[in-house]
Design a protein around this ligand. Structure first.
Ligand SMILES: Nc1ncnc2c1ncn2[C@@H]1O[C@H](COP(=O)(O)OP(=O)(O)OP(=O)(O)O)[C@@H](O)[C@H]1O
Length: 226
């Protein structure tokens, strides 16, 4: 990492196969930033997030995420980058056949945690952060949509990420629950983890005003006003 910089894209072109989705992208995100990402369907928001989490390579320009150089990222390093990123997507993606605790343990084991006590402590710790310590033993279907989304955020926090990337995190939630989830993400950013949220929900943006970037006509625009 260079100083407080978490994401730094300079002159990056983003392709989906042969199709140039976004050109000359310049994006800087620093520690603790809270950034909205907007743009019409198909404008490139998910593609931009994919570049940041190493799912889509870059062909032109230079990019850094959490200390990793994206243009030269070997496939074997992608899991290490992913440990520094918390990913929160709309379809909650909790494993439905196991408890909240087992969902969290599954991710920790998959990312190299071995010490049983540390694993158990960390599971409680992240659930505490999202206000769901009491739900440790519950199954996902026993939780509301908002609670499930909180667990997804807890899961994203397990490896103490430098940034949380959220793609439509409130897409399945009612307005009140959406506000609770965004408030939680805002609080997380205030503790020093950067947060980048792709959304179509202008109401929630107005409720939590912050920096807005927009994918439009193949570009990423900065400091957009809605
Ligand atoms: N796997 C893929 N292969 C080829 N083209 C793709 C692929 N994924 C996305 N695209 C194209 O890339 C462009 C950008 O898509 P992307 O998913 O990044 O948009 P988006 O802004 O996230 O849209 P939405 O708001 O609907 O999620 C679109 O034209 C889309 O059709």
């Amino acid at each position: 990492m260079i100083g407080n910089s978490i994401i730094k894209l300079n002159g990056v072109d983003i392709f989906q196969q042969a199709h140039l989705v976004l050109s000359n992208v310049n994006l800087h995100v620093d520690k603790g930033d809270f950034v909205w990402l907007i743009g019409q369907t198909g404008s490139g928001k998910s593609s931009l997030l994919k570049v940041i989490y190493g799912d889509l390579g870059i062909k032109a320009g230079t990019g850094h995420a959490c200390g990793y150089e994206l243009s030269k990222l070997p496939t074997r390093d992608v899991p290490y980058l992913r440990r520094k990123l918390g990913i929160v997507f709309q379809d909650f993606q909790l494993l439905t056949d196991r408890s909240i605790e087992q969902n969290l343990i599954f991710v920790m084991r998959a990312t190299g945690w071995t010490d049983k006590k540390l694993i158990n402590d960390r599971a409680l710790d992240v659930l505490e952060k999202v206000g769901l310590r009491s739900k440790l033993k519950k199954m996902p279907h026993e939780l509301s949509g908002g609670e499930q989304q909180r667990v997804v955020i807890a899961r994203a926090l397990l490896n103490d990420p430098e940034i949380i990337l959220a793609d439509e995190p409130t897409g399945n939630l009612d307005p009140e629950t959406s506000e609770e989830i965004v408030l939680l993400l805002k609080q997380i950013s205030q503790m020093g983890t950067a947060v980048l949220i792709a959304t179509h929900d202008y109401h929630i943006i107005r409720t939590f005003p912050s920096r807005i970037i927009k994918c439009e006509n193949g570009k990423v625009l900065e400091d957009v006003v809605i």
